[in-house]
Design a protein around this ligand. Structure first.
Ligand code: BES
Ligand code: MN
Ligand code: ZN
Length: 469
């Protein structure tokens, strides 16, 4: 990631960037260009809108203006992303900040907007961006938090953007082991083969693939932690649909079906980077949902970690099967205070809420509120949907405790109800986030770069920060 530097030294060798909005003011002595900048700022009220100073300048070399709208967090994040995209990657910049700045959001926007998939042909930005303020020390902490957030989001995006020709369960597990090894205090345990005996859902979903499934358990357990959060992320490295095979357009982006796993891993690493006094256990059930002679079939009955059974009516409803085992394990073995799962679970969630809003489910109003607020602050929107008990009959099976793919509508709700069955008493302090919609962006938009969005890493990290605040 390119460096951002706080400074109180004006550098007129660099391109100057002026944020303009109701809370932004030109609080610097700009000499001869002051009046022209003020004229150019006229009517610039949209966050992220860029205007270029129209004539050649000697010092600075160049100037541009960026709208910051009303100056709230999302506006500053939009402005940061717009700045990153407006200039070439090697252009030295200095952003001139006045009295009021949402520094964390601005820095997050700069980094997120500057993201490129690390294996892409294009090099990412390398030139430092300077943040010019009269009180640099006051913003050091905000900048450090933004850095951790951006590292988490970039990590999640890199993992999800990786093609499935590279990304199988072993590869993904090794990437996570490698990232954990760069931190102190993060441990990883990987279960494979016979250790997965009780994980009947995970074994069934992974059965047809050349690459075996595994369960990654990652732990951040600082001394003195009072709260213990279990994070569970769906980790399907490619979802072909299995025997209930997907359509061509439906299958095309399915390398991102491990975005939930990427988000929980990234947030856990972020908790360690910030040394948060919160215990975090991340569970990543990893498998490829492939087609083959060993594939699990529609109508098969399998046994989950908690001993209950599922009739698998559609092999494309695979995410809930691997989550069922991981949630059952979390509920039975971890004694966590809170369990949150994140998954690209249903196309129905995308139909309901589109590509910028995830669906949130919880029986716990306080937990739902905290997650929604974390998402708002991080720039990732969620909308809560219900868990109606009377829809549970959608799940009824003749041959097992339940079946996996109800077809009576409310697909995202039915999937959430299915998951809730594996939590036992812990259903009361559990939340499920269906991020099928926002996990992929067809087009670049503000801080979202086209491709895998890394959705969830930022929200989960903010949530963990909130617990220790
Ligand atoms: N991975 C998909 C859901 C998905 C869809 C993620 C679009 C990202 C974008 C999931 O495994 C799936 O196939 N769900 C089925 C469930 C159905 C068979 C009950 C779906 O949504 O059609
Ligand atoms: Mn599927
Ligand atoms: Zn899937």
């Amino acid at each position: 990631m390119f460096p951002l530097l706080l400074t109180d030294q004006l550098d007129d060798e660099r391109t100057w960037v002026f944020p303009i909005g109701i809370s932004g003011s030109l609080s610097h002595d700009l000499g001869e260009i002051e009046a022209e900048i003020a004229a150019l700022a006229e009517g610039l009220d949209k966050a992220g809108e860029i205007r270029l100073f129209p004539r050649p300048l000697r010092r600075p070399a160049k100037a541009l203006l960026v709208g910051i709208g009303a100056g709230d967090e999302s506006d500053w994040r939009a402005a940061g992303a717009a700045i990153s995209r407006a200039v070439s990657d090697n252009e030295p910049l200095q952003i001139m900040l006045g009295e009021q700045v949402a520094m964390r959001a601005l820095a997050e926007g700069l980094w997120l907007g500057g993201y490129r998939y690390r294996d892409a042909r294009e090099e990412p930005r390398s030139a430092e961006i300077q943040l010019m303020t009269t009180t640099p020390q006051a913003y050091a902490e905000s900048l450090a938090r933004a850095h951790t957030t951006a590292v988490a989001a970039w990590f999640a995006r890199d993992l999800a953007n990786a093609p499935a020709s590279l990304k199988n369960p072993d590869w993904l597990a090794e990437e996570i082991v490698g990232a954990a090894a760069k931190r102190t205090g993060v441990t990883v345990r990987i279960r494979t083969g016979a250790e997965l005996e009780r994980f009947g859902g995970l074994r069934a979903v992974g059965a047809a693939s050349k690459f075996p499934p595994c369960l990654v358990e990652m732990s951040w357990h600082p001394a003195g932690a009072t709260t213990h959060v279990a994070l569970v992320g769906k980790g399907i490295t490619f979802d072909s649909g299995g025997i209930s095979i997907k359509t061509r357009p439906g299958m095309k982006n399915m390398k991102i079906d491990m975005s939930g796993a990427a988000a929980v891993a990234a947030a856990t690493l972020g908790a360690a980077d910030l040394n948060l006094p919160v215990r975090v256990t991340a569970l990543l059930p990893l498998a490829e949902n492939a087609v083959g002679a060993a594939a699990y079939r529609p109508g098969d009955v399998l046994t989950h970690y908690d001993g209950s059974t599922t009739e698998t009516t559609n092999s494309d409803a695979e995410g809930r099967l691997v989550l069922a085992d991981a949630l059952g394990y979390a509920a039975a073995e971890l004694s966590a205070d809170v369990i949150v799962d994140v998954a690209t679970l249903t196309g129905a969630a995308e139909i309901a809420l589109g590509t910028r809003i995830a669906a949130l489910f919880s029986h716990d109003d306080e937990l739902a509120g905290a997650l929604t607020e974390a998402g708002r602050s991080a720039g990732e929107a969620m909308w809560r949907l219900p868990l109606p008990d009377d829809y549970r009959e959608y799940l009824r099976s003749e041959v097992a405790d339940r079946h996996s793919s109800p077809t009576r509508g409310a697909g995202a709700v039915a999937a959430a109800l299915y998951l809730s069955e594996f939590l036992g008493d812990q259903a009361a302090n559990w939340a499920h986030i269906d991020m099928a919609g926002p996990s992929w962006a067809a087009e670049t938009d503000l801080e979202i770069t086209r491709g895998a969005t890394g959705w969830g890493a930022r929200t989960l990290l903010r949530y963990l920060e909130g617990l220790s605040a």
